[in-house]
Design a protein around this ligand. Structure first.
Ligand SMILES: CC(C)(COP(=O)(O)OP(=O)(O)OC[C@H]1O[C@@H](n2cnc3c(N)ncnc32)[C@H](O)[C@@H]1OP(=O)(O)O)[C@@H](O)C(=O)NCCC(=O)NCCS
Length: 170
């Protein structure tokens, strides 16, 4: 059975290893190696992970299966959001399930947790950014009631990519 639990500050190393591995697993083969490396050098450092975990307006959760990390979720509230910083919104900044566990409804459980968290806090909507070519994730979000409402540029190394911004009103 899959259970969700909050990631603690002293688990920064485990979170760093899992997030780096899943990022490479899903996106390395779709992008120039130099761009992936440039992004990872900034995004996946022990210091950055500590900072993110210490932010009172960010929360990380692990999805645990048989004692192993099978997925994770990063939620941003208020000024921790990467855009808009709307007090009445929740951003799902990251949601990843490791490849061997895809299709087992772990992603659904993580996304439902995000939506339930926003409902409990009486927020107006949940939003996220997703690479325009990440068709699987876009389909997954649409399946769960998210709609595209805008887009923005995302710099991966020196590659200017387009992220679709999707939201689900509550
Ligand atoms: C996107 C991701 C989190 C989905 O997690 P998952 O555990 O594989 O998905 P689930 O098994 O929970 O699927 C949940 C539901 O969505 C549906 N679904 C999944 N992918 C879909 C797609 N491409 N189109 C339509 N529906 C889809 C499933 O049929 C299932 O439906 P149900 O709940 O009605 O049975 C996972 O594929 C992942 O980690 N991808 C790589 C990282 C990534 O791209 N993250 C998002 C970055 S923005």
């Amino acid at each position: 059975m899959v259970t969700l639990r909050k990631v603690e500050l002293d688990e920064a190393g485990l979170l760093l290893d899992f997030s780096k591995k899943t990022f490479y697993d899903f996106f390395a083969h779709l992008n120039e190696p130099a761009n992936i490396e440039a992004y990872a050098l900034v995004a996946f450092t022990p210091q950055k992970m500590q900072e993110e975990l210490s932010n009172p307006n960010s929360e990380f959760y692990f999805a645990m299966l048989n004692g192993q990390v099978a997925g994770y979720l990063k939620l941003n509230f208020a000024d921790a959001q990467t855009e808009f910083r709307d007090e009445k919104a929740l951003e799902v900044e990251r949601i990843y399930v490791s490849g061997e566990h895809h299709g087992k409804h772990i992603g659904r459980q993580l996304l439902k947790f995000a939506v339930d968290t926003a409902i409990n806090r009486q927020l107006d909507y949940v939003w996220l950014g997703v690479w325009e070519h990440n068709y699987k994730a876009i389909g997954f979000y649409q399946h769960h009631g998210f709609e595209v409402f805008s887009s923005h540029e995302f710099l991966l190394g020196d590659d200017r990519q387009i992220d679709l911004l999707m939201r689900r009103m509550l």
